[in-house]
Design a protein around this ligand. Sequence first.
Ligand SMILES: [Fe+2]
Length: 289
Amino acid sequence: MKDEDIERPPAMKVRQGIQDAMTYSLPDKKFNPKNIDLVEIDIGLNNLGWNFNNLRILNLTDIHLGQWINPEYLEELVDYVNTLNVDLITLTGDYFSYNLEDYDKSLEKSLKKLEAPYGKFGVLGNHDHWMSAEKIRTIFKSADIVDLSNDVHTLQMGEDYLNLCGVDSSTVCADNIDEVIAKMRQDTPSILLAHEPDFAKESSQTKKFDLQISGHSHGGQFIIPAVETTPFRGPNSTKYPVGLYKVGEMTQYTSKGLGTNSFRIRINCKPEITIITLKTTKRRKIKIE
Ligand SMILES: [Fe+2]
């Protein structure tokens, strides 16, 4: 899908102006890990090979650079992420809000600095398409991020395999799950990156994916204590807006994300960095002599 074929929301210039005005009014723009919710969860995957047991995947999503999150904040966040010793990094979209030109070099620099021995993998969100998917794909290339838009990358460790899959943004109808399935290594545990969490309805029905990782909702920016869910649900995040879900046989995880694309207010809903540790549910074969 080309940039010119994308249907954009009205008054993009006005949205850009509102973004700048809100952001400049913010007094404290420093990164502080204490203000971040570092969510660490174990997720069991059926038939995951023992070589992938305990693989640590760190997910970042909804950076919305230039809106509340400034380049210095992102750089410090990346330095912090690099201290967390994860194996692999995933990125689930919305790198910008309504302004790309002033921040593209900063995003490129920060994403380049992210370190993960098994690689960095990303998909795009709706805002990225509204700005320029082509420019973000260029940033991905320069920052050594594997673009998983309707694509698959299969990892191998010993005799074990793991499909890392991605689907492009469903908000702008760029998703093509059939293309993804056609590229997958069959009978292999599979993780899907999908910006919009409600895509889980469609992906779970294929029975091809064990886990979907998403963002997009910003956790509704308000989480009701004790119930741990949100009443504020935007398009494509009405069903699975925050946290962990079981959708059919698939696990869905929706991150609260880092930035926002509207007011900065977040109540009981800190910005999030997620670390998912994969666990095999397979029994280990023991040789009996
Ligand atoms: Fe989004």
